[in-house]
Design a protein. Structure first.
Length: 137
């Protein structure tokens, strides 16, 4: 299993909307960055992803699970980009802010900090555990 981080503007698609999608999940589509699209193509069923609210909030608010691997993104007329389907797993009692992540030296290597515009990125297992623990403090 791999770990990922998915970014969404909460006024476009929020953790609450993801939760309402239920067990059937919802497509994670609209990704038009080639590096982010490559990451989507690497996702496997059962992989877990942090759900990050970008622009408004700038915080990790929960976890979703990949339930369908990469397929052609119906919102892409060119046919070059893919989507995956994810379902809600849980919401953090205490969101983990970008500020808190930046203040943790053990997380300074994350793409969330180094490539702030990237919307789909990998998270190593050590960082996954650290961030999960931060959500419980």
């Amino acid at each position: 299993m791999k770990y990922w981080l998915l970014k969404s503007e909460p006024d476009v698609w929020s953790i609450d909307q993801q939760k309402k999608a239920g067990n059937k999940g919802a497509p994670w589509d609209g990704v038009r960055n080639y590096q982010a699209a490559k990451n989507l193509k690497s996702m496997k069923r059962g992989d877990l992803c942090f759900f990050y609210h970008s622009n408004i909030g700038k915080e990790i608010v929960g976890i979703v699970e990949v339930i369908r691997e990469a397929y052609l993104d119906k919102t892409d007329k060119s046919g070059r980009f893919v989507a995956v389907t994810v379902k809600f797993k849980n919401e953090f009692f205490k969101p983990v802010t970008l500020e808190n992540i930046k203040n943790n030296k053990k997380l300074s290597h994350l793409a969330l900090i180094k490539q702030s515009r990237l919307s789909v990125m990998t998270i190593d297992s050590k960082s996954w555990k650290i961030i999960n623990n931060m959500s419980k403090i």
